[in-house]
Design a protein around this ligand. Structure first.
Ligand SMILES: [Zn+2]
Length: 296
């Protein structure tokens, strides 16, 4: 049972919307499943924390996918999250690590790259999709999420994301916050928050010191200003199943499925997110062909 969670809050009479998450165990599970190396863990862990907070901005059964496609050695990262705090994600090359940067920190930019796109697809139900994308401006992820929220969703936002990795590659601390400015906020409030955020201890350090998501928002917004409105458990959850992969195989069409039978006498599919492997026997593939034919 994960003790990770996320809080939503309003502040300054509702003109500031805020989210904070502790995702240490969730990012830790992804690190273990994919045997990730530290810089890759930091990059994907930041993306997971940012995406799970964006998921919390959705309602009901809505969900979203964030893709970070930079030109660095990590390759594309894909993270899915929903409005219930469930998240899953992977990096194309999980065993990626580079030397620390000039500040002595994990060089996330060095593995993500500085050229490319961050794209977001929101599944709003009833075949209604919202997509937005912006160029990567930093490769450090938090700045890129900020850029996405400001440019694509047109909500002035501040995003902080952090991951600390232990010497044995396990995850020591992970989390983040998003502060958003709604119409009606005064310049004074905005300046105050900008100062506060600029002076703050790094988010991963705060989480490592045991600060809760509530504590983080109190730190940023001030105890007297913040009103917590919701709390959500956060956990790694993969919705893959043999049936879903089976449907994908059927979707390839009769010729492709026949080729799997002729060449391999079966098929194997692996989920990119959780690494679960599904086997399909020759008999199962033959049944798929019957199904495809009867649907034609
Ligand atoms: Zn899976």
């Amino acid at each position: 049972m994960s003790t990770d969670y996320l809080v939503k809050a309003l502040a300054f009479d509702g003109v500031i919307r805020a989210y904070a998450v502790r995702s240490t165990e969730t990012v830790g599970e992804v690190q273990r499943r994919h045997q990730m190396w530290p810089t890759a863990t930091a990059a994907l862990g930041r993306t997971i924390s940012g995406t799970v907070m964006m998921g919390a901005m959705l309602k009901g059964d809505n969900k979203l996918t964030v893709k970070v496609q930079g030109d660095g050695p990590l390759g594309p990262m894909v993270v899915d999250a929903n409005a219930k705090g469930e998240v899953r994600g992977y990096a194309t090359n999980p065993q990626t690590h580079v030397p620390l940067n000039e500040k002595g920190k994990l060089d996330v930019r060095g593995v993500v790259g500085t050229q490319g796109m961050i794209s977001v697809v929101k599944d709003l139900g009833m075949k209604d999709y919202f997509t937005g994308q912006v160029p990567i401006i930093s490769g450090e992820i938090a700045e890129d999420f900020t850029q996405y929220l400001v440019v694509s969703e047109q909500v002035p936002s501040a995003v902080a994301l952090g991951v600390l990795v232990n010497p044995d590659n396990t995850v020591k601390a992970a989390g983040g916050f998003i502060i958003q400015v709604m119409p009606g906020a005064t310049d004074e409030t905005i300046t105050l928050l900008e100062q506060k955020i600029a002076e703050m201890t790094p988010i991963s350090t705060l989480i490592d010191q045991g600060l809760t998501p509530e504590g983080i928002l109190v730190e940023v917004l001030g105890q007297e200003n913040v009103e917590f409105i919701d709390k959500l458990d956060v956990k790694f959850e993969c919705e893959c199943s043999k049936e879903r992969f089976g449907n994908a195989i059927k979707g390839l069409g009769r010729v492709e499925v026949q080729a799997m039978i002729d060449e391999d006498h079966g098929a194997e599919a692996q989920c990119h997110f959780c690494l679960e492997t599904y086997q399909f026997s020759e008999q199962e593939l033959k049944e798929y062909i019957d199904e495809i034919q009867s649907a034609e």
